[in-house]
Design a protein around this ligand. Sequence first.
Ligand SMILES: [Zn+2]
Length: 134
Amino acid sequence: MITDLCLARVLSEEDQESCGSKCLNDHYKLQDEFAQNYKIFTDEKCRNYIFYPYDLCLLPYLNELLQNGINHFRLECQYYPAEKLIEVFKIYRQALRDAQNPTGGQADNFNRLLRLSPEGLAAVPWIHKSKAGI
Ligand SMILES: [Zn+2]
C-alpha cells in the first residue's frame, strides 16, 4: 500500500507542516491488534510504502503456475540486502530446475526461503475483517 500521507508527521506529537525528513532517517512500523508489524519505507517526497508483516511467497505454487502456462516470474526483493537477494535468486533458480523433475518437490526450496525470512512467509496477506464486516 502506498500513501502520500507522511505517517511520521501525522503520528508525531508535534504540530508541524513537515516531518523534516525524519521519516527517511528513522524506521517506522504500524502494528495491528494481532501484534503484526507492517514495515514502512519512505521516499524523498514523504510517500509511505506500507508492507505486509510477512513477505509474500508463491514458491509453493510454482509447479502449478508453470503447469498452467505462467513462465515469467518477477521477484520483488528491492529492499532485501544483497546477500539475501542472491540467496533468494539461487533458491528460485533451483526451484525452476526442480519443477522440471516430476519427483522433485519444492519443500526443500521453501524451507530454505523460510530460513532467510524468519519473520515468516505467506502466499496471501492475512487481513482481519472488522466486526462491522468492512
Ligand atoms: Zn516524512
